[in-house]
Design a protein around this ligand. Structure first.
Ligand SMILES: [Zn+2]
Length: 477
């Protein structure tokens, strides 16, 4: 099966060119000067499928390096399964995810890794990899880290919050970092001071402040900045590379920027919600249906920050100046009915997470239209950097010969209306992005050479997506 994508504008993180892309089987065979001929050989008449991308961008498929499909959390499971979540991702131009294997305290890391393979195998629409969450860092977890690196899991996530669920204390964190420094893997950190947050939550609930708005107020930026700084210092001490997940506070960005200026291998990820949504507009929202509980739709951690304090604007700027390196979704959807409403009378019982896996490419493209980032930077923060950060670059994150045929044909003259009755394919009963209008459209999506989305139709099958065995981060020397 040979496919030619002709007449398009190929956008890589390094630049933009008019070019045709030839895919042979699952792999990009050539990027050709326009005209579809190679040294007189007529390419177009020797392929099975021709896709005309005139007037459109041809970009490497999106890589969402932070998703939680069907994650058990707060007494329920994230509402997207590997099947529904990866299919929604494909709809939105994302062709790879890196999801998190969960190990809760007391569980065995390698058992959990095997369990997550079972959940994902034969169910995914697009390729997937795994990070491993470590909750308590047992001796067996340390040896498991070495094993997992060999299995293509080269990144380990630790939590400085959620005591009794995920939290590792500073000694445990240091132990895992020492091991990462030895085996070359990446430490990912949920950086919020959990004890401080737990206290503030208790006090708020005791005072009768139980609406979702208080979720934001009880997880203040100081708790994020402090934990980010502490994580950076422990990484400095041990020599481990550090990737801070879902950065939302501008003060936490400043800590990351300083560490980078000092030459430390520290990286920051943000998410679309921290670029667009806010404490005032969303956590404080009210509706006829839900009253002041409306804000539960946007309860996630780290929380949405105050627009008055300017975090959103600062986050776009940090993305442009590379103080923040990439954008993932932290996709962890829960329905309002039967899940989020467990916290109807107490915000601390609301499962934390929102769903965005389908809309990340569009929402970030809108940043191009709005003049916040360049076209090449769009590709870089959504695909190329995630690939390099997590050991997938070369096969993923770039349009070049030898890379997987993961390609999105994106129409800058198209339009996408987001909402549950519109472009929504995630397994949720609401959209966190209801009413957002995007000046662009995902037209065609190829996953390893196979067209999975075209002309507003899903053409793939579950199980198309295969496990991607990742190498070590390509940002480290
Ligand atoms: Zn997460």
């Amino acid at each position: 099966m040979k496919t030619l994508i002709k007449n398009g504008t190929v956008v890589n993180s390094t630049g933009t060119a008019q070019a045709d892309v030839l895919i042979d089987g699952e792999t990009i065979a050539a990027v050709l000067a326009p005209g579809s001929s190679l040294l007189g050989f007529d390419v177009e008449n020797n392929v099975d499928t021709v896709i005309d991308a005139a007037g459109k961008y041809v970009i490497p498929g999106g890589i969402d390096a932070h998703t939680h499909m069907e994650m058990p959390f707060g007494g329920t499971n994230a509402s997207d399964t590997f099947e529904t979540g990866t299919r929604a991702a494909a709809w939105g131009g994302t062709t790879s995810i890196v999801d998190f294997v969960v190990q809760y305290a007391g569980e065995n890391v390698l058992d959990q890794f095997a369990l997550w393979h079972e959940k994902a195998r034969d169910n995914c629409a697009i390729d997937y990899g795994f990070h491993q969450i470590l909750s308590d860092v047992q001796d067996s977890s340390l040896t498991a880290m070495d094993e997992l690196v060999k299995e293509g899991v080269s990144s380990f996530k630790l939590f400085m919050a959620y005591k009794g669920v995920f939290l590792s204390d500073d000694g445990q964190i240091t132990k895992a970092m020492q091991r990462a420094a030895q085996n070359g893997s990446m430490i990912m950190m949920h950086a919020e001071n959990g004890s401080v947050i737990d206290l503030l939550v208790q006090q708020a609930v005791a005072a009768g402040n139980t609406t979702p708005y208080y979720h934001g107020l009880t997880r203040p930026w100081q708790a994020e900045e402090e934990a980010t700084h502490r994580a950076i210092m422990l990484a400095n001490l041990t020599g481990a590379p550090l990737y801070v997940v879902h950065v939302s506070a501008k003060q936490a960005v400043a800590q990351i920027a300083t560490a980078r200026d000092n030459g430390q291998n520290v990286f920051g990820e943000t998410c679309p919600q921290y670029l667009y949504l806010s404490l005032e507009d969303n956590l404080g929202a009210e509706s006829d249906e839900w009253g002041s509980f409306e804000g539960a739709k946007w309860v996630c951690s780290t929380p949405l920050r105050s627009r008055e304090e300017g975090h959103q604007h600062h986050m776009w700027q940090s993305l442009r100046t590379n103080d923040i390196q990439m954008v993932s979704t932290d996709h962890c959807p829960f329905c309002m009915k039967g899940q989020k409403d467990m916290g109807l009378t107490d915000f601390s019982k609301i499962p934390n997470g929102i769903g965005s896996v389908e809309h990340r490419m569009d929402l970030l493209y809108q940043g191009v239209v709005d003049g916040n980032i360049s076209l090449e930077r769009w590709v870089e923060v959504t695909s190329t950097t995630p690939a390099r950060m997590f050991g997938m670059y070369g096969k993923k994150g770039v349009i070049q010969p030898g890379a997987d045929g993961d390609i999105v044909v994106y129409d800058p003259k198209g339009h996408t209306s987001i909402g549950v009755d519109k472009s929504h394919h995630m397994n949720m009963d609401y959209s966190a992005w209801e009413g957002y209008e995007i000046d662009g459209h995902v037209d065609t999506v190829l996953s390893r050479g196979k067209v999975v989305i075209d002309d507003n139709q899903y053409l793939g099958t579950k199980g198309d997506g295969k496990f991607f065995k990742r190498g070590l981060s390509q940002y480290l020397i």
